[in-house]
Design a protein around this ligand. Structure first.
Ligand code: GRF
Length: 197
């Protein structure tokens, strides 16, 4: 049984789908920690309400000292005896030293069909490019941002009158299907990619 920590910065809708999925009897992992870099992250209260231990490592007091912030996060994960990390709307770029310590056992969900549109504003960029299809990806986290091996993708058609907001809402629905499916497969030791239509 894999021991999972979920890292969030905001409301945590992906976090909730992972927590709900891990309550299923045959799920090969269970959540042991939800950690946020933002003390006001709405997801903290939701996780606590489900009885999941929570922790906050506020990045602001660390200023530009990313290594010190990452070391504090790493200490929380080690203290909780975590062996698998899921980034779910965690809006901090992690240092290469930190990602090296969790290489091969840290996943992230990104709202684009990687390798397209790494970074921010993915929905707007896909619309501006005139793409017909967009979507989301779950990938292993490496030192390069949004660049690790893709473990799963879900595609979403872009509609003629789509705005970044309407597209983001439809992609989020697919994120909530994709992340639990990828985590279940990955935690059972299977790294073959999942493509959801
Ligand atoms: C999601 O769209 C995710 O892909 C991106 O940040 C958003 C977080 O949403 N990285 P939530 O906090 O899981 O609701």
């Amino acid at each position: 049984m894999r021991r999972v920590a979920i890292l969030i910065s905001g409301g945590g809708s992906n976090m909730m789908t992972l927590l709900r999925a891990m309550e299923e009897g045959d799920f090969p992992a269970r959540a042991v920690l939800v950690l946020a870099n933002n003390p006001d992250a709405g997801g903290l209260e939701k996780a606590a309400a489900l009885g999941i231990p929570t922790a906050v490592v506020d990045h602001r007091p660390f200023g530009k000292d990313r290594a010190a912030f990452d070391a504090a996060v790493d200490a929380e994960l080690r203290a909780a005896d975590v062996d698998l990390v899921c980034l779910a709307g965690f809006m901090r770029i992690l240092t290469p030293e930190f990602t090296a310590g969790w290489e091969g056992r840290m996943l992230n969900i990104h709202p684009s069909l990687l390798p397209l549109y790494k970074g921010l504003h993915t929905h707007q960029r896909a619309i501006e490019a005139g793409d017909a299809v967009h979507g989301c990806s779950v990938h292993l986290v490496t030192a390069a941002l949004d660049d690790g091996p893709v473990l799963g993708q879900a595609r979403v058609a872009i509609l003629p009158d789509d705005t970044p907001e309407t597209l983001a809402a439809r992609v989020l629905v697919q994120e909530h299907r994709l992340y639990p499916a990828v985590l279940k497969r990955f935690a059972s030791g299977d790294q073959t990619a999942i493509i959801l239509e």
